[in-house]
Design a protein around this ligand. Structure first.
Ligand code: HEC
Ligand code: HEC
Length: 352
């Protein structure tokens, strides 16, 4: 017994003695190694900066805006919602050359993505709306889009008890106003930010986030001069530029761009530079939707903006780079809309 106790005592001592120092050594060496190899340093001096997820301050307002974004009852037909032309399952666009509005109306222009649109200096290709709130009122009353009026849209929502309750909860006041509607939609749109693209990971210092070809595509994008216009966090959205700097662009659409807003001849064919984030999802390209593929859009840009002709290999590398700009798409449950009441005006899908 006595000897056994001593032996087991020694054994315990040995165990503790042999165990104790080991974790200490590990604790000391591990963080040092992690620092060296695993904490990436954000790259400095790049013309493009990474984006981070939107922070939601008013959850109820955003939820209401999400419902309105998906609600076709804001249109005369009762069939067209914001999501019809800015489909959040398809990069926030409709993937059509030009959008289809009320009574199958052929729109004059390609629908830009709503993803990351909060980063734009203004809204629309010609910047005629100063922000998302001002923009959101446009399509509802546009005869070629949702073909409604603000008064009728308000009337419809006011006839839906579920909405009345929700507006009351969010704004604390009734009746519903168009101002509240556009404010809620804008708040939802502000959440449609797409962080964590592979390119962002690379910008944040992860060397392995993009391949050699993709990196070469980015280098070419920079050295060719594309970043003169496609720069900043959205790779665009922050300036108006001429479409056709070196050579004129023969558009299939009649719109003339920024001059429609400023009235200045010098602004003819100036358009807001589109964001290139998620550009692999937002085909076809340009305000007239004439470039069906990224390869085509890059060729046209090289030629008419910079006077450059890219080899097929160079073009392919830039396409590869652009595909790294697809970020984490907004993820949420499809909103369940409150049902109409007996007083809700009937939709007029075939009304003029
Ligand atoms: C019938 C299709 C259609 C519907 C419906 C529609 N849009 Fe659009 N949207 C477009 C088109 C086309 C443009 C570009 C118009 C222009 O620039 O002249 C656009 C532009 C925008 C822009 C500007 C993006 C940018 O980069 O400039 C935003 C934001 C937007 N729409 C949000 C909405 C919201 C919110 C709704 C619902 C209230 C809506 N849209 C309904 C087709 C549509
Ligand atoms: C002088 C400014 C300028 C330069 C330089 C420039 N772009 Fe653009 N880019 C624009 C403008 C403006 C548009 C929109 C034109 C339009 O649709 O009318 C555009 C559109 C695009 C689009 C289509 C995006 C969409 O959603 O429709 C792609 C892709 C693109 N540019 C890539 C490039 C590449 C690649 C380069 C370099 C080879 C380049 N751009 C150089 C101004 C520029």
């Amino acid at each position: 017994m006595h000897i056994r106790q001593i032996i087991s005592g020694i054994a315990v001592l040995l165990v503790t003695a042999s165990c104790a120092p080991t974790p200490q050594v590990e604790k000391k060496s591990e963080p040092a190694e992690t620092l060296k190899t695993e904490v990436p340093k954000p790259r400095v001096g790049e013309p493009v900066s990474p984006i981070s997820a939107a922070t939601v301050s008013n959850v109820d307002l955003v939820e209401l805006g999400k419902k309105l974004f998906f609600d076709p009852r804001l249109s005369k037909s009762g069939f067209i919602s914001c999501n019809s032309c800015h489909n959040l399952s398809m990069g926030g666009s409709d993937n059509l050359k030009s959008s289809i509005g009320h009574k199958w109306n052929k729109g004059p222009i390609n629908s830009p993505t709503v993803l990351n649109s909060s980063m734009n200096l203004a809204q629309f290709w010609d910047g005629r709306a100063k922000d998302l709130k001002e923009q959101a009122g446009g399509p509802i009353a546009n005869p070629g889009e949702m073909a409604f009026t603000h008064e009728l849209a308000v009337g419809v929502l006011q006839s839906i008890p579920g909405y009345v309750d929700e507006f009351k909860k969010v704004f604390g006041s009734v009746p519903i106003t168009i101002d509240q509607i556009t404010q809620a939609i804008a708040a939802f749109e502000e959440t449609l930010v797409t962080p964590d693209s592979r390119f962002d990971k690379w910008l944040l210092g992860d060397d392995n986030a993009i391949t050699k070809d993709e990196l070469e595509g980015y280098e070419l994008f920079k050295s060719s001069g594309c970043t003169a216009c496609h720069n900043g966090p959205a790779l665009g959205g922050n300036s108006y530029q001429k479409m056709g700097v070196v050579e004129p662009y023969k558009a299939s659409s009649k719109v003339e761009g920024r001059s429609a807003v400023t009235g200045k001849d010098a602004d003819r064919f100036n358009f807001k530079v589109p964001t290139l984030r998620n550009v692999a999802l937002t085909y076809p390209y340009f305000h007239d939707g004439e470039a069906a593929t990224l390869a085509k859009a890059i060729d046209v840009m090289g030629q008419i903006q910079l006077g450059k002709k890219f080899t097929p290999e160079e073009n392919a590398k830039m396409v590869a780079f652009m595909k790294t700009l697809t970020g984490k798409q907004p993820v949420f449950e499809i909103p369940v809309l409150p049902p109409s009441s007996d007083d809700t005006p009937s939709p007029e899908p075939f009304g003029k």
